[in-house]
Design a protein around this ligand. Structure first.
Ligand SMILES: C[S@@+](CC[C@H](N)C(=O)[O-])C[C@H]1O[C@@H](n2cnc3c(N)ncnc32)[C@H](O)[C@@H]1O
Length: 318
């Protein structure tokens, strides 16, 4: 199984600025690379709460990491449930939240059997949390061509979305598609090879994965929850891997930095909302060339960070 090399680790540590004794929340534990580094810095007087919706990631962290770091608390939860978890484990809030989005190497590793990879032949599942929700195969059995084309276009930027949707549903009607190889073959038959050498099935797989896991809705819920659980002065760092994710992160941070949601034509604020965040990154940070060379998964990463405004900064307190 490929080890997960934590992406932009030094940048995450610089911006999260964990201190000994602080409470950090890693909302996306995965292979535990970032969490391990956080545990090292906060030490045994601090605490790292590690969440993941994937029970396998929780299992690996509970067996591999937790025995070495008593400060690590591993919780199987969606990051949309962050506020409930923090209320229980650290009622005073947390000093930092890290969200490293998307899938881990453990999940996409060919042979993981999770259905994310089209390199091998695996059951068409794609759920990060197989204990809840509907699998990709179940989704294909339920949607019509219009809805599927919309999913492929919206979440995968698939230019041939209608053609792919029709072909996939025709094939599925003939004999239900049950494996990743079956789906990839149908897509490859109707999508022309791209000049950049990307496998023609890439966009379809990404779109279905995002839809099956409700990734963009979950992200918006998770970001709201992160703002809620951060103590004053606490730091938020988010690593996004595609434009749909990054757009949501950018807008949410901008909205929290602005505070007021009144339309610009209204002369005085009616909503009463005040800023909760101050940006720590003007533009998204990108990985260095050296990192991209040694870890190709980092290539598309965009890091944005913000800090929870302190009470003494004079803003009203949500
Ligand atoms: C890119 S990996 C994180 C890798 C990790 N930072 C490391 O260093 O090994 C993303 C992880 O986030 C988890 N994840 C994605 N969406 C989630 C959500 N809504 N709630 C909780 N975990 C989620 C995935 O299951 C996956 O394990």
């Amino acid at each position: 199984m490929a080890a997960h090399i934590p992406v932009m680790l030094q940048e995450c540590l610089d911006l999260l600025a964990p201190q000994p004794g602080e409470v950090m929340l890693d909302a996306t534990l995965g292979g535990g690379g970032h969490a391990r580094a956080l545990c090292e810095v906060v030490g045994e007087s601090g605490r790292v709460i590690g969440l993941d919706k994937d029970p396998d990631a929780i299992d690996v962290a509970a067996r591999g990491l937790a025995p070495h770091y008593p400060q690590l608390h591993v919780v199987h939860a969606d990051f949309g449930e962050m506020a409930e978890v923090v209320a229980e484990l650290s009622p005073g809030g947390v000093d930092g939240v890290l969200m490293d989005l998307g899938v881990s190497s453990m999940q996409i590793d060919p042979g993981s059997g999770r259905g994310f990879s089209f390199q091998g032949d695996e059951p068409l599942d794609m759920r990060m949390d197989p204990t809840r929700g509907e699998s990709a195969a179940e989704l294909l059995g339920r949607v019509d061509a219009r809805e599927l084309a919309d999913i492929l276009w919206r979440y995968g930027d698939e230019r041939h979305s209608r053609r792919v949707a029709r072909a996939v549903l025709d094939a599925h009607a003939e004999e239900p598609l049950r494996t990743t190889a079956q789906l990839a073959d149908v897509v490859r038959d109707v999508v022309p090879p791209s000049r950049d050498g990307l496998d023609p099935a890439t966009r379809t797989f990404m779109a279905l994965r995002i839809r099956v896991n409700r990734e963009l809705d979950a992200l918006a819920e998770g970001l709201d929850a992160a703002v809620e659980v951060l103590r004053h002065g606490g730091r938020l760092v988010v690593l996004a891997y595609h434009s749909g994710e990054d757009r949501i992160v950018k807008h949410l941070i901008a909205g929290e930095v602005r505070g007021c949601t009144c339309p610009p034509e209204i002369p005085v604020c009616m909503c009463g909302r005040t800023p909760t965040l101050t940006p720590l990154t003007k533009k998204p940070l990108r990985p260095s060339e050296a990192e991209t060379r040694s870890n190709p998964r980092a290539r598309s990463c965009r890091l944005r960070a913000a800090q929870r405004i302190r009470q003494e900064d004079g803003h009203g307190d949500p």
